[in-house]
Write a protein that binds this ligand. Structure first.
Ligand code: ZN
Ligand code: ZN
Length: 230
């Protein structure tokens, strides 16, 4: 059984449609107010709202779960998030400990009001709270969700059996995706833990790495970037 990964660009953040042998799922749900935009792009791939069997959120930042509640309502699909980031969904706010800038230039830039992105989203109770490695076969997808903490405590990555990895913001295109090179996230709960999670994911031998901002990247390019980092 093979999966197809479709990268849906919603402007600032990527949402992913994974079409498996026996079902479809979404990885991430964009910013608040983007459900219609996302569903319109699904329609262009001949995917109807009720073909979506699962909405999996990589982590508790609003640009990734902002439209989760609206998409759940329109698709009927359950929403899954890791236990350690579920607080963000329940509060409709960013995971509280995870917005520390990872270098001082980012810290300075974050003070500029024009960079202030949405900080509230419709709150929701997740249908599935992930606590351990989770196979996705019952949703028609040959792959699994693995815990890759660092960007946030409850960050997860989806690793498909065909070698595609969807890693949320654990890896980011440089300059929020404007430069076609992989790099570390601009904010993180624990950057060292994030680097360790990248290494652990690379050890699982993915071929392609899909990210929330920019990408996708060849795994060897991610690997090269991380080997040169202290
Ligand atoms: Zn993001
Ligand atoms: Zn994030």
């Amino acid at each position: 059984m093979t999966n197809t990964v479709v990268q849906i660009n919603t402007g600032l953040v990527n949402v992913f449609l994974i079409q498996g042998g026996a079902g479809c799922m979404l990885v991430d749900a964009g910013n608040p107010g983007q459900a219609d935009l996302i569903l319109k792009q699904l329609a262009e791939h001949d995917v109807a709202p009720d073909d979506v069997r699962l909405i999996l959120i990589t982590h508790g930042h609003i640009d990734h779960f902002g439209s989760a509640a609206a998409l759940r309502e329109q698709t009927g699909a359950p929403v899954a998030i890791h236990a350690l980031d579920a607080v963000a969904a329940r509060q409709g706010a960013h995971q509280p400990d995870s917005l520390q800038p990872t270098n001082r230039w980012i810290g300075l830039a974050m003070r500029f009001p024009f960079l202030h992105l949405p900080n509230r989203a419709p709150a929701f109770e997740p249908d599935v709270v992930i606590e351990e490695e989770w196979r996705l076969d019952e949703y028609g997808i040959a792959g699994r969700a693995v815990h890759t903490p660092g960007h946030t405590p409850g960050s997860i990555s989806v690793l498909l059996d065909g070698g595609e990895a969807i890693v949320g913001d654990m890896v980011m295109g440089k300059l929020m995706g404007l430069i076609r090179k992989p790099g570390p996230p601009v904010v993180a709960w624990d950057l060292e833990q994030n680097q360790e999670s990248v290494r652990q994911l690379l050890a699982l031998s993915p071929r392609v790495v899909y990210v929330g901002h920019g990408g996708p990247f060849r795994a060897e390019d991610v690997s090269a970037e991380w080997n040169t980092q202290p």
